[in-house]
Design a protein. Structure first.
Length: 259
């Protein structure tokens, strides 16, 4: 685990999430320290992506408590399926960025405008300032020369790198990656992983990553958590989880995916 700061920026306390009669997270407890890089691994349907979607306020939960840097996801007396006002949810979303499997870029906007649209509209940033920062972020992901292109003119790997720059443009405290390479052709995976690797090594962002790229997870994580049936069965330093897993389910899963 990252030793720089032990204060949890994310804290799930007895969170239960159900889809109808299906319980996806069952009294789930999980915390992440500021600046920590945590990878969630496990079989499909085990609850990994649900954790990210709850953090991004894309899915409500039924029981328990969740805080982000001390901000509760529920307001006292809150109403609606999230038990919170839209204003309160926006406050949370301003601190969280998410990179999805699909790139979700606006096809009618240039690369640069895709990156700066949310900072201008949501954060109220001046367009000139947003453009300078947007070009810096595109430079960071190796795409400054594509700023005037449209998404259809880019490869899948390039589009995902733009999506990463767009997420960073909101200056999030926490950055979430939900299988960011799963929609890419194999030859394009490396360029996206390289950008994520650079972010992990060079920036003090808190990062949660759901991925099936096990070797990458071992390389870039402070901590790896193995999920199964809505619970964390085992967690620890990457060398412990990949080198000497204690849980039988962890061993079975890693044997199946690593061959």
């Amino acid at each position: 685990m990252n030793e720089k700061n032990e204060t949890p920026i994310i804290e799930f306390s007895d969170v239960t999430k159900r889809f109808g009669v299906l319980t996806v997270l069952d009294n789930f407890n999980f915390s992440v320290a500021k600046g920590e890089k945590v990878t969630l691994i496990g079989p499909s349907g085990s609850g990994k992506s649900t954790v990210l979607r709850i953090l991004m306020t894309l899915e409500p939960f039924q029981e328990g408590r969740l805080t982000l840097d001390g901000i509760s996801y529920h307001e006292p007396g809150g109403r609606g399926r999230f038990q919170a006002s839209e204003r309160h949810l926006r406050q949370i979303r301003n601190h969280v960025g998410m990179v999805f499997q699909s790139f979700n870029l606006f096809p009618h906007m240039t690369v640069l405008r895709n990156v700066i649209e949310a900072p201008v509209r949501v954060l109220g940033m001046q367009r000139e300032e947003a453009e300078v920062r947007g070009i810096d972020l595109l430079q960071m992901v190796g795409l400054a020369d594509k700023k005037d292109h449209y998404p259809a003119q880019l490869s899948g790997g390039q589009q995902q790198r733009v999506a990463i720059a767009r997420a960073l443009a909101m200056r999030p405290r926490v950055l979430l990656f939900d299988e960011p390479t799963s929609a890419l052709d194999p030859q394009l995976v490396g360029e996206v992983l390289s950008v994520i690797r650079g972010l992990a090594h060079e920036h003090d962002l808190t990062m949660l990553l759901v991925t099936h790229e096990m070797r990458f997870a071992r390389e870039m994580s402070d901590r790896v958590c193995f999920f199964d049936k809505g619970r964390i069965c085992e967690q620890g330093a990457p060398d412990e989880i990949f080198g000497q897993p204690k849980n039988e389910r962890t061993r079975e899963f890693l044997s199946s995916v690593l061959g």
